[in-house]
Design a protein around this ligand. Structure first.
Ligand SMILES: [Cu+2]
Length: 115
């Protein structure tokens, strides 16, 4: 009986989480999106532009564009990511990490907030 109550209580919380995740669009408005997946989309953009992860998590950038891009996090090495490829970078220390594509740094940048 106790177990059943716990399960029922957990359902609305899960639904709320799914609804929040489904809203999307946070990248454009500047609000961080809780995800570890970033896509280089056509038109030279990182989507979402600003993400929020927990310390110790690994962020994966996938290139869905027709051109080669790079992921260069401030103070780290430059990772070239060809069409259809991806790169994963682990973030161990809390902080705000700005990154760019060094090939299109005027247009392509983003931020990883590590909590
Ligand atoms: Cu680029």
């Amino acid at each position: 009986m106790t177990t059943r109550r716990v399960l029922l209580a957990a359902v609305p919380a899960l639904a709320a989480t799914l609804l929040a995740a489904g809203c999307g669009g946070g990248g454009e408005s500047g609000a961080p999106v809780a995800t570890t997946e970033v896509t280089m989309v056509k038109s030279y953009r990182f989507e979402p532009k600003t993400i929020e992860v927990k310390a110790g998590q690994t962020v994966t950038w996938t290139n869905d564009d027709n051109f080669t891009h790079t992921v260069h996090v401030d103070g780290r090495e430059d990772h070239e990511v060809g069409q259809g490829e991806s790169v994963s970078i682990k973030f161990d220390t809390p902080g705000t990490y700005h990154y760019v594509c060094t090939l299109h740094r005027q247009d392509m940048d983003g931020t990883v907030i590590v909590k």
